[in-house]
Design a protein around this ligand. Structure first.
Ligand code: PLP
Length: 280
C-alpha cells in the first residue's frame, strides 16, 4: 500500500496530518476514487475533469496540474507494484489556525493512497444485493465530490444494520442515487436514471453505462421516478467505480425479478470496455 501526503510519498501509517489541517477540522476538501485494471487507471481523464469541477465549485485551487496529478498516480502505481488497485486522492484547503473563512494564502494539500482493489465476487454480481431506502438528508450540492460524507456514512451504516449492502436516497419519494453509487431501473426495456442535476454525484460509471447502453440500442432516459417505480422495476442496479454494475435483489421488503437480461448485457459490456481500455 502506497501513501502520498502534500509533497512526498510516506508510509501508510505515518502520522502526517497536522491537527489544523482543514480537511481534518472542517472536511474542507474534495476527493476522487479511480479504479486501476491491469495497471491502467480506468477513465482517468474523466476523473480528472470531475476533480477540476469539484475544485472550482468549492473555490479551491489545485496544488498540482492535472498532468502532475496523473504522473503522481503512475508513480504511486509503480511503487505499489499492483495491477488491480484503487487510487484515492483528496485535496484540502490546507493548514491554517482554525477559522471558518478561507486562508488568505492558497496552500492546498494533495494526498493519495494506492491500495488493492476490492473486487466484487461474481456471486454477488449474479445474486444481487439488498438495498434500504432512506430519505435524502444531504446538502443540495451533491454533484461536488466533497469530503463531507457524514450523511452517507450514517446511511450506509443503517443499511448494513438492516441486513442490506447499500442505502438508496429518495427525496420525498423520488429516487436519487445510492449513498456511494448511482442507480438505474429497467422498465419495459427502457433504462432510467435520475438526471445529472446538482442533487446527485455525476458518476463516471453512470456515464459509461449510459454510453454502453446507447451503443447497444438500449433506450436510456434521464428522468425522475418514484420508490414505487423502483420496487416495481423489471430490473435495477447500482453503479460505481468500485462496484462497477451490481444488480438489486431486494428493495426494502420488495423482491425484484431474478431474470435480468439488460443488466447482464451491460455487465458483460462493461467487462469488455475494461479489456478494451487495458489493451489499447
Ligand atoms: N454517487 C455517490 C454519492 C458516490 O459516492 C459515488 C461514488 O463513490 C457514486 C455516485 C458513483 O460515482 P462513480 O461512478 O464516479 O464512482
Amino acid at each position: 500500500e502506497i501513501a502520498f501526503y502534500n509533497d512526498q510519498f510516506v508510509d501508510m501509517n505515518e502520522k502526517v496530518v497536522p491537527i489544523q489541517e482543514r480537511g481534518h477540522q472542517f472536511g474542507d476538501g474534495i476527493y476522487e476514487v479511480i479504479r486501476v485494471y491491469h495497471g491502467v487507471p480506468f477513465y482517468l481523464d474523466a476523473h480528472m475533469q470531475r476533480l477540476k469541477k469539484s475544485a472550482a465549485a468549492i473555490e479551491l485551487q489545485l496544488p498540482f496540474s492535472v498532468a502532475e496529478i496523473k504522473e503522481l498516480c503512475m508513480e504511486g502505481l509503480r511503487r505499489s507494484d499492483m495491477e488491480e488497485a484503487e487510487i484515492y486522492m483528496q485535496i484540502t484547503r490546507g493548514i491554517h489556525s482554525r477559522q471558518h473563512h478561507y486562508p488568505d494564502q492558497a496552500n492546498s494539500v494533495f494526498s493519495m493512497t494506492v491500495r488493492r482493489a476490492k473486487i466484487i465476487s461474481s456471486q454477488v454480481r449474479t445474486e444481487g444485493i439488498n438495498v434500504l431506502t432512506v430519505e435524502d438528508d444531504r446538502w443540495k450540492k451533491c454533484y461536488i465530490k466533497s469530503l463531507n460524507l457524514l450523511p452517507n456514512v450514517m446511511a450506509k451504516q443503517k443499511a448494513i444494520t438492516n441486513g442490506c449492502q447499500e442505502a438508496v436516497y429518495h427525496d420525498n419519494g423520488i429516487v436519487k442515487e445510492g449513498c456511494s453509487s448511482n442507480l438505474f431501473i429497467v422498465k419495459n426495456g427502457v433504462l432510467a436514471t435520475y438526471p445529472a442535476l446538482d442533487g446527485i454525484l455525476h458518476g463516471i460509471t453512470r456515464q459509461i453505462v449510459m454510453e454502453l447502453a446507447k451503443e447497444r440500442n438500449i433506450k436510456v432516459v434521464e428522468k425522475t421516478f418514484t420508490l414505487d417505480d423502483l420496487k416495481q422495476a423489471d430490473e435495477a442496479f447500482v453503479t460505481s467505480t468500485n462496484m462497477e454494475i451490481v444488480p438489486l435483489k431486494q428493495v426494502d421488503e420488495d423482491i425484484l425479478p431474478t431474470e435480468r437480461p439488460i443488466s447482464n448485457q451491460l455487465i458483460k459490456a462493461y467487462q469488455r470496455k475494461v479489456l478494451e481500455k487495458v489493451t489499447s
